[in-house]
Design a protein around this ligand. Structure first.
Ligand code: UTP
Length: 484
């Protein structure tokens, strides 16, 4: 931490750090900055990794850009547990559910939602979790998860289930204010813990840190892989240990269908002594833009769609099915001890950096003008949570069904958009109702001819809905139905 106090001392302090790594241009505007602007700039600089780490990052990931070294000829699909057990697995699944419920009841499981992303594709100015998404009531994403957690507490008669929410420096305040305004959607404020992830600057292709304006670096969150270090740095791991939490149920803020706390998944993960487990679904086509669960030399790893060679993506098994068929949807169980062990020595813990070429508005320090690029001008670096899987012991994969658990809100329109997610929430609700014996009108194409929403406070899954539904609602074509 910089102990210098006067503006001159601060300038010299940072100059000494930045000159040796060729990044002193970020101080270009210092002489003209007001005191408050200087503080802004210093506080951005203080969020950066050490100068040595920045230098290494630039050399390894910005200036050089070697594609990941994967021995493709050794790559095999990773094995997984099917969504529905075969006869020989029925007992195992039943035992896993019992164990999962017990761990939830004993307070050993926390939910963790990563909500630090920028949501650029959605084009929504606030934190994504604030976005209204449910098909009838227009509930925001955060409310759906809060109600899922409360619904789980009610279902299993547990005390408060802890919920950790990862924010970024850019959206932390707004996220907290939203929860306070909404009275935590009926949860206790003490069971919800916000923690903030780290940031990474955008770089020019020749490795220079970009300035967003004269007194701010162009910073963005360091990727969902930043969760692991952020849990340690913010003291969240200690809090988890103190609260007796052993398992972390990890999900993304943009998937309203996710089963935030899933007894089967939790139970299998714990029973098999997995340190990090994942849910997968079957890809819709060879080139679907999801990571692929693979095995190499006995290690499970996710290979990004862009890194899987075309000839492997199209390979078929003898029965005609797709060989690399297991898509990653960013739903994990992670043991707290695993995160403790990985991050105990921060200097030795490294996830690989993934680079993306993006458009980043910035100040040109030579012309001193603001540049609004029309083409990608910057390299952004992020780490991904799934890169921790190869470091885990006994990693396990459980299949889930797309229609049951995956319909992310990534884009404003088109695929994975607000409309498709609302449609899929309503379709799932229709199926749950039909499984409970309710007649749902359907259009000639098969989709429900009604918009349906089921409050997670009423039922968190089809089984609970079946158990609780006393009177069968009469659903007429075109109706809006809210079950609560
Ligand atoms: P995405 O990869 O979809 O990124 O994040 P994004 O930032 O939300 O959206 P775009 O790409 O700018 O349109 C997947 C999940 O990971 C979280 C997001 O909040 C989302 O839940 N995430 C992503 C973080 O928490 N931190 C990050 O640095 C990146």
């Amino acid at each position: 931490m910089n102990q210098a106090t006067t503006p001159n001392q601060m300038f010299e302090y940072w100059q000494q750090k930045l000159v040796p790594i060729g990044q002193e241009h970020v101080l270009t505007f210092w002489p003209a900055l007001t005191e408050a602007q200087r503080i802004d700039l210093i506080s951005d600089l203080q969020q950066l990794p050490s100068p040595a780490a920045i230098h290494e990052l630039v050399q390894q990931n910005v200036i050089k850009c070697e594609p990941p070294r994967i021995e493709m000829d050794k790559l095999q699909p990773a094995p997984y547990y099917p969504a529905s057990p075969g006869i020989d697995q029925a007992g195992l699944y039943a035992d896993a559910v019992k164990l999962g419920v017990r761990l939830i009841q004993e307070g050993k499981v926390a939910a963790l939602c990563v909500a630090g992303g920028q949501g650029t594709r959605l084009g929504f100015s606030g934190p994504k979790g604030v976005f209204p998404i449910s098909p009838v009531e227009n509930k925001p994403l955060f409310q759906l998860f809060a109600e899922y957690i409360r619904g789980t507490e009610l279902r299993y008669g547990t005390g408060p289930i802890h919920w950790f929410i990862m924010t970024s420096p850019a959206n932390d305040m707004e996220t907290r204010q939203f929860f306070a305004k909404e009275k935590f959607f009926g949860l206790r404020s003490s069971q919800v813990r916000f923690f903030t992830q780290g940031v990474m600057p955008a770089f020019s292709p020749d490795g220079k840190i970009l300035l967003a304006d004269r007194n701010h670096l162009a910073l963005s969150p360091d990727g969902h892989g930043g969760t692991l270090l952020a849990l340690r740095r913010t003291g969240s791991l200690e809090e988890m240990a103190e609260a007796g939490i052993e398992q972390i149920s990890y999900f993304q803020v943009d998937n309203p269908l996710v089963h935030c706390i899933d007894p089967l998944f939790i139970g299998l993960h714990a029973m098999k002594k997995s340190q990090m487990s994942s849910k997968m679904l079957e890809k819709v086509d060879d080139f679907e833009r999801v990571g692929n669960f693979t095995m190499i030399d006995g290690k499970v790893m996710v290979v990004e769609y862009s890194d899987l060679p075309k000839e492997l993506a199209v390979t078929r098994n003898p029965d005609g099915s797709r060989k690399f068929n297991a898509g990653s949807i960013a739903i994990h169980m992670i043991s707290r001890q695993f995160v403790e062990d990985l991050t105990a020595d921060e200097a030795r813990f490294k996830l690989p950096w993934h680079r993306a070429h993006k458009k980043v508005p910035c100040i040109n320090v030579n012309s001193r003008e603001l540049v609004e690029p029309s083409e990608p001008n910057a390299i952004k670096l992020e780490t991904f949570i799934f890169d921790a899987i190869p470091m885990a012991q006994n990693p396990l994969i459980l299949q889930t069904l797309r229609e049951e658990e995956f319909s992310p809100v990534k884009n404003a329109t088109g695929a994975d958009s607000v409309d498709t997610s609302r449609r899929d929430q309503s379709s799932r609700a229709a199926r749950w109702l039909e499984q409970a014996g309710v007649k749902v009108p359907r259009k000639p194409g098969g989709e429900p001819d009604a918009t349906i929403e089921i409050s997670p406070l009423f039922a968190v899954d089809a089984e609970q809905l079946r158990e609780k539904l006393r009177t069968m609602p009469e659903i007429k074509p075109g109706m809006q139905v809210y079950i609560k």
